[in-house]
Design a protein around this ligand. Structure first.
Ligand code: PEP
Length: 253
């Protein structure tokens, strides 16, 4: 059976390394008993080396929350895909709405996705509309975002890309999107990908949902929303909540 992918975006949390280690260890122990989920945690980059220090085979993959598209050079404050790869990072979020809010354009997302693929890392390309209008304009916005964000992905590498559909209005909200709407939108995303990369590639593309997922609603979202997993923000640093979420997904798989 295909594992569901659960990505934990810790955002700018927690504030100490000790706490980060505590969360990571708890998630690792839980994940080792859950064969039907593939857990990826994305801590702040300052914690990555410590969390991944043993480099042994782990039930939890390490992701990064951001990256720059250049290899090296005069880019103060930036981190390259190769640096992340050398730390054992396997996934990187690109185009998260919080990064887009701070100026990350589709063009930058496309360059980041390309650079990440070049380094042999899976880009998790985040897309999502800011609001849903009654006339369906949000679908055009979503389509443009997908097309532009994937503009530099070679056809032969599209299977390495993970898409995260995150309606911006649901991120940090109380309630997630209605699962039936998630299902409709994931079909739409596949259609857009199919038009660019072909039907077979679109069929295989992994699509995650993100936005107010927690241990209570997670299995419903995955099952009724018909997605391959979740991108989880707040609940991913709440140890009991995140472990319950993982168990609920594992149990339904
Ligand atoms: C996110 O930051 O990607 C996210 C989905 O946040 P939350 O789960 O807190 O809504």
């Amino acid at each position: 059976m295909k594992k569901k992918i659960i990505v934990g975006n810790w955002k700018m949390n927690p504030t100490s390394l000790d706490e980060a280690v505590k969360i990571y260890k708890a998630v690792k122990t839980a994940a080792s008993r859950l064969p039907y989920v593939h857990v990826v945690v994305c801590p702040p980059s300052v914690y990555i080396q410590r969390l991944n220090s043993s480099r042994s085979v782990s039930p939890v993959s390490i992701g990064a929350q951001n990256v720059f598209f250049e290899e090296d050079g005069a880019f103060t404050g930036e981190i390259s895909p190769r640096m992340l790869k050398n730390l054992g990072v396997s996934h990187v979020l690109v185009g998260h709405s919080e990064a887009r809010e701070m100026g990350e354009t589709d063009e930058i997302v496309a360059r980041k996705a390309e650079a990440v693929l070049d380094a042999g890392i899976h880009p998790i390309v985040c897309v999502g509309e800011k609001e849903r209008d009654a006339h369906g304009m949000y679908l055009d916005i979503l389509k443009e975002q997908i097309k532009n964000s994937l503009a530099k992905v070679p056809k032969k590498l599209i299977h390495q890309v993970i898409m995260a559909y995150e309606p911006v209005w649901a991120i940090g909200a109380k309630e997630p999107m209605e699962p039936s709407h998630i299902h409709e939108t994931s079909i739409f995303i596949k259609k857009v990908i199919s038009d660019i990369f072909g039907h077979e590639n679109a069929f295989k593309t992994v699509i995650l949902y993100g936005g107010a997922a927690n241990f209570r609603n997670a299995s419903d979202i995955v099952e009724k929303g018909n997605v391959d997993g979740l991108l989880v923000g707040r609940e991913s640093v709440n140890i009991p909540g995140f472990i319950e979420l993982l168990k609920s997904i594992n149990a339904r798989s």
